[in-house]
Design a protein around this ligand. Structure first.
Ligand code: FES
Ligand code: FE2
Length: 438
């Protein structure tokens, strides 16, 4: 357990908060490219507590500027999309992509007042289905050379979903490898051939053991955590019978992402992006190392569970997450259906808007959480001392040189588990159409 003061320090995302300052040193997912595909590419975005509007101008360029007009605060999401910017419908003030007011048609002829008027504006980069924003000071860092960014667009599918809770508890479910044996437990195994686009439904590594069975049969993983140049590498070892060990490698990518294996052909890179202190979006890039992703099928699967335009889950706290005690007795550990996203969502939302960490009791299997909080605290302390280059990927290591991360499942002789995941990674990359021989 930690003090209330530290809990506030770790979780709050405002511009004047230490964690908010750390998050602002990194590219943040702001929207899916899909959201800008309609006839009017203008969407409201609330990111790190700031109300913004994202738009594509007539020349196809992206802009992200303050949502409230600096004149008298009207909502620029309803702005007229003209002259490579947005024009406020209230009195016609016009803003370009840099947030500069370039025209005030109601002010006296020759007025230069507009030169002094500017609304916040942030740099953007669009990659493989996600628009990222940089909201910190100075120049943004380059995007790391992770697989999800290096893969061609054909091999990456991006989606997002709303969780009504603080970003940190959302992230902490992803660096807790132990929960999968319980929260995502299926009491019966499905046929792995129906597993496309779903997590934990494939068979484990190159065996015919369904992942669901493996997680169920070996619920006490040994968890090892190492610091990396981009965050943390988490290795969960499930020592099986016959001298075999199941090795699952996942990663924390600082500050708020994880990279996890989804199936033999895909990994998921997932950011837990603060909307404000009490709400967040998960953004995922599903990266295929094999065939191009079937985007239509993956989108269709996920739209069954989410409502547009805000990507809110159809199952949520207002309908008890679809909880069915009969199902809980016979089919799943939670009684909340087969979509594991709903299980995670219940786990993190049920803690409350911001988890009260003054009353928690971390165990041995929470080592990833403990190490991550230590890393975030070190980053906040460093920034307060003006040592920005001490942050991961902000100086010591050029993000452009960072590859991977290695994320996979493997089964090996218990004596040889360390080499097994490296071998599995090398094999996957050798066979990968966009990564062969690297
Ligand atoms: S409030 Fe926007 S122009 Fe007046
Ligand atoms: Fe989970």
């Amino acid at each position: 357990m930690i003090s209330q003061e530290l809990n506030d320090r770790l979780t709050r995302v405002g511009r004047d908060q230490p964690a908010g300052q750390v998050l602002r040193r990194y590219w943040q997912p702001a929207a899916l490219s899909d959201e800008l595909k309609g006839p009017r590419p203008v969407v409201p975005v609330t990111l790190l507590g700031e109300k913004l509007v994202l738009f594509r101008d007539n020349a196809g360029e992206l802009g992200l500027i303050g949502r409230h007009c600096p004149h008298r605060g009207a909502d620029l999401c309803y702005g007229r999309r003209e002259d490579n910017g947005l024009r406020c419908p209230f009195h016609g003030w016009h803003f370009d992509r840099t947030g500069q007011c370039v025209e005030q048609p109601g002010e006296p002829e020759g007025s230069k007042m507009h030169e002094q008027i500017r609304t916040p504006a942030y740099p953007l980069v669009e990659r493989n289905g996600i628009v990222f924003a940089y909201m910190g000071p100075g120049d943004p860092p380059p995007l790391p050379n992770f697989d999800c960014f290096r893969a061609p667009d054909t091999h990456v599918f991006a989606f997002k979903g709303l969780w009504e809770c603080n970003w940190l508890q959302a992230l902490e479910v992803g660096i807790d490898p132990a929960h999968a044996s319980f929260l995502h437990r299926f009491l019966e195994d499905e046929d792995p051939k129906d597993s496309y686009g779903k997590q934990f439904r494939d068979s484990a590594a190159d065996t015919n053991i369904p992942m669901t069975k493996l997680l169920r049969d070996y619920p006490r993983p040994e968890i090892r955590v190492e610091e990396t140049e981009f965050g943390l590498k988490l290795t969960a070892l499930r020592h099986m019978e016959n001298g075999l060990t199941h090795v699952r490698v996942t990663n924390q990518i600082f500050p708020e992402a994880i990279c996890i294996p989804m199936s033999r052909e895909m990994t998921i890179t997932q950011w837990h992006v603060p909307i404000d202190d009490e709400n967040c979006y998960w953004y995922s890039m599903f990266t295929s190392f094999d065939k191009p992703v079937n985007k239509e099928l993956m989108r269709e699967q996920r739209l069954k569970e989410h409502r547009l335009p805000d990507y809110a889950p159809r199952k949520n706290k207002r309908n008890d997450y679809g909880y069915d005690p009969e199902e809980q007795a016979r089919e799943t550990y939670t009684g909340m259906g087969l979509d594991i996203n709903v299980h995670d969502q219940w786990a993190v939302e049920s803690m409350g808007p911001i988890q009260d960490r003054t009353d928690e009791h971390l165990g041995k299997t929470d080592v990833g959480i403990v190490r991550y909080r230590r890393m975030l605290r070190a980053a906040m302390d460093a920034l307060e001392k003006g040592e920005e280059s001490a942050l991961p990927m902000r100086g010591a290591v050029d993000p452009a040189t960072i590859r991977g991360p290695l994320s996979n499942d493997a089964i090996a002789d218990s004596a040889d588990w360390d080499a097994a995941s490296l071998r599995a990674d090398a094999e996957r990359r050798d066979a990968c159409p966009w990564d062969a021989g690297l």
